[in-house]
Design a protein around this ligand. Structure first.
Ligand code: ARG
Length: 575
């Protein structure tokens, strides 16, 4: 499918607008119909156009309809209210469109997109705060790839800086004390102990500071400790990435340390261009409210008084690497909304300095905070941070209890296999289905419920379709090739919805909003249920009709499966 259904409709209406002498800049305003019983889509542009042309909007709407060119899509149009045009699509058109690899999305100019996501600080274990970045970032990666872009994942882990002086110094200390295996399995505990040593003992603190300097200047001995620590910490992360079925691998880790050699040149470049200036011994970039789009006088500090570099400096270097070396034209950062100012400052600075190109797209796919049911940031009962691993395990355990309760006849192995999939799916989907910009209240009960916009509901819907095929004796794949003959309203609405897949995925990618796709999948499942309740499939009155309905069911299953796979969620065949 080269052009999407919305593009085709836009084209048809544009021709009519042109025929009526309206300029290209008069918007058509094509939308999904607000009331499906009145149509599939609606065009709202007649009202604004009428104002401009000083005409009556309903009369103009009638002329627009009259001047539509011959086309296979539109079955009928109706004028409503002050000049809305309701459009009903042609069933004949849907029969053919759906047969034509409707889920494939073509005609996209491929780009190299770098997605910066997950990016925990390696000094500690991953906690709940990393779930959103990891899950949203991974969905975006899959969606861009589906559209044909070449995607580079960047796990910008915090593996550099002062904390690593303390940690390597502590590692050396306990190595000297006992030569046996060092317990790094509990990173939190290790960090806590190192911090206590740092706070208590000024000699240790000095060693730690000395280690930072030696680490950053490439001292092999300290680098050895550092590598040991980082390897273990990354191992913890990778375990979680695998459990969450993300695409992240060790190859995607390009941490802050990677940019070490670029930091001094970046500061020099910004100073030479007069973009950064000396401020009390530190090197800073200042912004005008116009540049920032808001009034905030906080400077972007890129070098401290003592010569040390910062988070900002590393990010500038990373932009350099991604644009100049990887030739990326779109950089997407899946980072907490609380870093919005940092991101804006980064985008403005790198554009100004031509580290990024004028037309490099730089997007902060920001997300809000995960809240507990008390409406406060999600914490353990004692007020500590919740480890991500513990959250994942609890989700799987709860899924297990639920599945065992629903299916008493299943073996323990069957239960755990599904629990692992469902627990993870529920966790991911709960996150992806919310508008990422808002804070959301985390609730195991809600995300594991079989009602509502949840993973269990959607996976269950898939299994229902799957069982129709099991009963029919036909395979899902063979049914996909059968001719469609859409007649009933419920069939029509389901077909129109499936035909919108390419538009939804494109919008999701354009705005980095996975919840668009989730909403679409949820609606798809609902429309299927409605179709299945009102149109007999296996008991259809004729064989061709049965085949048509099986084909529609198979296409629904394929759309569900494809949509969920773009969110990083696999389907199951029984539940
Ligand atoms: N490590 C950072 C943190 O935990 C996130 C890094 C995000 N990526 C970036 N390029 N700044 O807050």
């Amino acid at each position: 499918m080269q052009t999407t259904i919305q593009q085709q409709l836009e084209y048809v209406f544009r021709q009519s607008f042109n025929a009526l002498g309206m300029s290209q800049s008069v918007p058509i305003v094509l939308q999904i119909a607000g009331r499906p019983e009145h149509g599939d889509f609606q065009v709202n542009g007649a009202m604004a156009a009428a104002k401009q042309l000083k005409q009556n909007p309903r009369e103009l709407a009638a002329k627009i309809i009259e001047n539509l060119p011959d086309n296979p899509l539109v079955a009928s149009c109706e004028i409503a209210g002050p000049g809305f045009i309701n459009i009903k699509l042609n069933n004949q058109y849907l029969n053919l469109a759906l047969a034509d690899d409707i889920l494939h999305i073509g005609g996209i100019r491929p780009e190299t997109v770098v997605v910066d996501y997950s990016a925990p600080n390696l000094a500690k274990e991953m906690h709940v705060g990393h779930l959103r970045s990891t899950v949203i970032g991974d969905a975006l990666v899959r969606i861009y790839e589906y559209l044909g872009h070449s995607v580079i994942r960047r796990n910008h882990v915090g593996d550099w800086g002062t904390q690593f002086g303390m940690l390597t110094a502590y590692l050396e200390e306990i190595k000297q004390e006992n030569s046996s295996e060092i317990e790094l399995s509990d990173l939190e505990d290790f960090y806590r102990k190192a911090k206590i040593r740092f706070d208590e003992d000024p000699v240790f603190a000095d060693t730690a500071r000395d280690f930072v300097v030696r680490l950053q200047s490439g001292d092999e001995k300290i680098l050895g400790y550092w590598r040991q620590f980082v390897t273990i910490s990354l191992g913890h992360c990778q375990k979680i990435y695998d459990m969450l079925h993300t695409k992240l691998t060790p190859n995607d880790v390009v941490g802050e340390s990677f940019y070490n050699d670029l930091l001094a040149p970046m500061v020099k470049l910004l100073l030479d261009k007069g973009i950064a200036v000396d401020s009390d011994g530190a090197v800073c970039v200042f912004f005008t409210p116009e540049e920032l789009g808001s009034k905030d006088e906080t400077p972007f500090i890129i070098q401290k008084k003592d010569g040390g570099y910062l988070y900002a400096t590393t990010d500038i270097a990373a932009v350099y690497d991604r644009v100049q070396r990887l030739h990326s034209s779109r950089l997407v950062y899946v980072i907490d909304a609380r870093q919005s100012l940092h991101m804006k400052q980064l985008f403005v600075t790198t554009k100004k300095a031509a580290v990024a190109a004028v037309d490099t797209k730089m997007e902060h796919a920001a997300f809000g905070t995960m809240m507990g049911e008390d409406g406060k940031p999600f914490k353990t009962r004692s007020g500590g941070t919740v480890k991500l691993l513990e959250l994942i395990n609890e989700s799987i355990e709860r899924a297990q209890v639920m599945i065992a309760g629903r299916n008493p006849e299943w073996s323990a192995a069957e239960v755990s296999e599904l629990a692992e999939i469902l627990g993870i799916a529920a966790l991911k989907y709960a996150d992806l289905s919310k508008n990422r910009l808002s804070d959301y209240i985390f609730s195991f009960d809600k995300m594991l419920a079989f009602e509502g916009n949840t993973a269990p509901y959607l996976l269950y819907a898939y299994t229902r379709i799957f069982s129709i095929f099991k009963k029919s004796g036909y395979s899902l794949d063979e049914s996909l090739s059968w001719a469609l003959d859409i007649k009933e309203d419920a069939e029509h609405r389901l077909a129109v919805h499936i035909a919108r897949f390419a538009d939804i995925v494109s919008e999701t990618a354009r705005e980095n909003y996975p919840h668009y796709l989730c909403g679409y999948i949820y609606e798809l499942a609902g429309l299927f249920m409605r179709f299945y309740e009102s149109c007999p499939v296996l008991k259809a009155e004729s064989k061709p009709l049965m085949r048509s309905r099986l084909a529609l069911a198979a296409l629904t299953a394929k759309t569900l499966q494809t949509g969920l796979s773009l969110l990083g969620i696999p389907v199951v065949e029984k539940m």
